[in-house]
Ligand binder design. Structure first.
Ligand code: SF4
Ligand code: SF4
Length: 328
């Protein structure tokens, strides 16, 4: 790890220039800390989640991680990079997987640490594939390093209008679009672009994002995720299936691979029946029992009712291998 990158930190587009061994910049974090590590079965990947973020998205569903340390939750903390690499190699060998993913928060703010972990893991597993999920706010040189290091990258674009992006994330959009364009010039490194669809905030700009992507390459996958109330948008409603479907369909006019999921089911038909509505939610998540008595269920030790990445587990995605529709 080049400690110099942290002594005069310009890892992201905030370009703070602070010495992170002694002070903090916009991201508010000193040296890299690990929230947790896990085997993400649905992604067939060993995942390392790092604390802190250079954005402050109103809707952040990982805000206890992204806004660390202000959230006062306790996590794993600093792990010596070689020790983290050894642990990753052991777990990946056990699971028979070759993918190692970095997420957060925003992993870019810990890039030199990640590079060292990757270097160590690659020594043991030359077939390693590295994944990275980012808000796209890296500095020019960090983005080049990320693309060079990674096999597949997911980049989130929160909005298309500059004022919406700023109001939603607390950060300007220009670096994100610049980095998105840079990534699209390295098409083979893209896993997907992603947008969290928030009714009445960014939902009227999603098709413009699809057009922006399509202008580079219409074959690039685009994932739309229905917003769920969280953080500073705790009281804001998510999109209905019909709303997300309309947006997804509009994007399909421009892009070949659009997937969407994570909607608000239309609950109006169940308004007077609380138990029926609860059963409906459980069924949507995969519950097979008619009465929700987990003690009597034949699948009680292997319950399939679990939420994973919406576009990977919705019925539409499984059947068609394309757009994931969740019907309400
Ligand atoms: S990672 Fe970004 S926000 Fe954090 S100190 Fe460095 S330049 Fe500033
Ligand atoms: S960029 Fe992602 S992790 Fe950071 S605040 Fe926004 S939603 Fe949360």
């Amino acid at each position: 790890m080049s400690i110099q990158d942290f002594r005069e930190c310009r890892l992201c587009a905030w370009d703070c220039g602070v010495n992170r061994t002694e002070e903090v910049g916009v991201c508010k974090v000193n040296l890299p800390e690990v929230a947790y590590t896990c085997l993400a079965e649905s992604l067939e990947s060993y995942s390392i989640t790092l604390l802190g973020c250079n954005f402050r998205c109103l809707y952040c569903n990982a805000y206890r991680i992204s806004q660390y340390p202000a959230t006062n939750w306790f996590y794993r903390g600093y792990v010596e990079p070689r020790a983290l690499a050894r642990e990753a190699v052991e777990k990946m060998r056990e699971a028979g997987i070759t993918k190692l993913g970095f997420t957060g928060g925003e992993p870019t703010i810990h890039l030199p640490y990640i590079e060292l972990v990757v270097e160590e893991v690659r020594r043991e597993l030359p077939e390693l594939q590295v994944g990275f999920t980012t808000n796209g706010f890296a500095s020019v040189s960090s983005m080049e390093r990320i693309v060079k290091m990674c096999s597949y990258i997911t980049l989130e674009i929160n909005a298309f209008r500059a004022d919406t992006h700023l109001a939603l994330s607390g950060a300007p959009i220009e670096p994100v679009l610049r980095n998105a364009a840079y990534l699209m010039a390295h098409r083979e490194k893209i896993r997907a672009f992603k947008t969290v669809v928030i009714p009445r905030i960014n939902d009227r700009e999603i098709e413009a994002i699809a057009q922006f992507i399509a202008a580079h390459d219409p074959s690039i996958p685009y994932h739309l995720v229905g917003f769920r109330p969280s953080f500073m948008l705790y009281y804001h409603p998510g999109p209905l299936a019909s709303e997300l479907e309309a947006i997804g369909t509009a994007c399909q006019k421009h892009l070949e691979h659009v997937a969407w999921g994570g909607v608000y089911p239309d609950v109006s038909a169940f308004a007077d029946y609380g138990a029926q509505l609860a059963l409906r939610y459980a069924a949507l998540a995969g519950c097979v029992s008619k009465d929700r008595n987990c003690g009597r269920c034949t699948l009680k030790t292997s319950c399939p009712a679990i939420l994973r990445e919406p576009w990977l587990c919705t019925p539409g995605e499984r059947k068609k291998g394309g757009s994931g529709h969740v019907t309400g």
